[in-house]
Write a protein that binds this ligand. Structure first.
Ligand SMILES: Cc1ncc(COP(=O)(O)O)c(C=O)c1O
Length: 393
């Protein structure tokens, strides 16, 4: 057997990749598992987007390799989307690059900017790919704390007290996953100020701005020269197109070129019918987003009830597709608690510690299941609790 590369000795398989295998094994044994953990929208994309794909896929001139930076139509739709949504002007030729989902953008940005020895500020808790990819490219993870007491915002004073001379990139993600903290102009201004002062590239990962959020913001609005900032965005959550793999990175043309240099050596462009569908989706009016959000809002109500039954504490005003909830003090192991729920009620919730040590008293619940599924999960949990109580007494 050939030994696997050293780099994978410290980067483990993605938690969900492992957990979903366990869930699908349970399902293959006939167990009806309710997955309330994963953030993959169950609602469909808009019909016009699907039609755009169907109508183009049957044409003979749709099947060739596509330009690495995708076609003009998609880039123009992305740039218009930024103008309409966030009041940010992007040159569609040079300042926006479509991606096969924003996750690959984390890799290409890291390849484009990081040398071994460079340090990267990574939020704890945060999306696990930031630290995994930083390690894979040989750079050094410097995690910074997001804590409940500071409303899950970076503590700039604490950061400024540290030696930042080797830090090249800082990942942020507002609206925040997993904590549901919203973005604000004040936060983005502070981040840019911090980036300029210490010559750090601030990258905001922004896939949740249109979900249950009245004031979508882009960090790009706050750095007119775009010298210390990049933004990732995605159609996965905002347009119910997670499986289609469409995202984008936006920013200064020199940075976009460097990212393209990385990307063009790895993938070979986006399938043209998918580009057509994405362009169509990006034009959807606010009404479409309002309808999606009203479905999530109804689910959120029942999800809050469910968390109440688990004696969890939930901060109000969370935005995005998840609820971040604090477990009661008597629970000792969050993973143990999650596994107990999974094996006793066949309901899967995400343990907060997979997002970092600061998440270790928390769980994340996704709103990507129907109201009926939430109701069913509540019934199962209540039944389980009653059984536990009867065993105790
Ligand atoms: C914070 C964050 N960034 C990026 C992604 C990846 O999104 P995409 O589907 O665009 O690759 C996710 C997906 O769960 C996410 O939660």
């Amino acid at each position: 057997m050939i030994e696997i590369a050293e780099r994978f000795k410290s980067v483990k398989e993605y938690y969900f990749s492992v957990k979903l295998q366990e869930i699908s094994k349970m399902r293959s044994e006939g167990i009806e598992v309710l997955n309330l953990g994963i953030g993959s929208p169950d609602l469909p994309p808009d019909k016009a987007a699907i039609d755009a794909l169907i109508n183009s896929v049957v044409k003979s001139d749709m099947h060739a390799y596509q330009p690495y930076r995708s076609g003009t139509e998609l880039r123009e739709s992305m740039s218009k989307f930024y103008e309409n949504r966030y009041n940010v002007n992007l040159n569609s030729e040079t300042e926006v690059l479509p991606l096969l989902g924003s996750k690959e953008g984390i890799m290409y940005i890291s390849l484009a900017f990081l040398n071994p020895g460079d340090e990267v500020l990574i939020p704890n808790p945060g999306y696990p790919a930031y630290s995994a990819i930083t390690t894979l490219v040989g750079a050094t993870v410097r995690s910074f704390d997001l804590v409940e007491e500071n409303d899950w915002l970076p503590d700039f004073e604490a950061l400024e007290g540290e030696d930042l001379s080797k830090v090249k990139i800082m990942w942020v993600n507002y609206p925040n996953m997993p904590t549901g903290t919203n973005a604000s102009a004040q936060l983005f201004k502070k981040l840019i100020e911090f980036g300029k002062k210490y010559n750090i590239l601030i990258i905001n990962d922004n896939p949740y701005s249109l979900v249950l959020n009245e004031f979508p913001q882009s960090i790009l609005k706050f750095d007119t020269h775009k010298e210390h900032v990049l933004e990732l965005n995605s159609l996965s959550k905002s347009f119910n197109m997670a499986g289609w793999r469409v995202g984008m990175v936006a920013g200064h043309k020199q940075y976009i070129n460097a990212i393209l240099q990385a990307k063009s050596n790895v993938d070979s462009g986006m399938f043209l019918p998918v580009q057509k569908a994405a362009s169509q989706a990006l034009t959807l009016p606010q009404k479409w987003h309002d309808e999606r959000n009203s479905v999530y809002a109804k689910r959120k109500k029942i999800a809050l009830e469910l968390l109440n039954h688990l004696d969890c504490e939930v901060k109000p005003n969370q935005v995005g597709m998840f609820l971040w909830a604090k477990l009661p003090a008597h629970i000792e192991s969050v993973r143990g608690f999650i596994d107990d729920i999974l094996h006793n009620t066949h309901v899967f919730l995400t343990p907060g510690e997979i997002f970092g040590t600061n998440g270790n008293r928390f769980i994340r619940l996704s709103l990507c299941s129907t109201e009926q599924d939430f109701e069913l999960a509540i019934q199962r949990i209540l039944k389980w609790k009653a059984k536990e109580l009867s065993l105790v007494s």
